[in-house]
Write a new protein. Sequence first.
Length: 162
Amino acid sequence: MISKPLQVAVNEQINFELFSAYLYLSMSAHFESQNLPGFASWTRIQYQEETGHAMKLYRYLIDRNGAVTLKAIDQPATKFKTPLDIFKQILEHEQKVTVRIHKLYELASKEKDYAAEIFLQWFVNEQVEEEKNAGDIIAMLEMIGDSPVSVIMADRQLGARK
Ligand code: FEO
């Protein structure tokens, strides 16, 4: 059975992953409104990934005989600026997620919950990828600039994400 403090923290992380999903979906809707289907697709796929992260934690709590407690999800931003600004915002958000995952891992360690530590290693590695993905796109957007042709090229590139 999972400890009470860890159960509370995992529930908080489920909520934050769902908030992340919501934020990406809001960004996707923004890109749709800007006629940027590739950016919209990329952020919509990310929305699905975040839901997957929440469900991984959800399933884990249940498998460990913990109780899932779903709380209200904060409203995400609805106004956004340029694609570059949005990807900077994404990187900042993912860095916040990384800090939270590391705290969760530290708690599992403190509670001597070895199974939870091993489970959370997946999230630790996932955050390396999440930050790298956002960083790579920022680098590309900075390199190509923000002319309409550049943005359309980047839109095509991001639309290739499966
Ligand atoms: Fe679930 Fe993007 O971290």
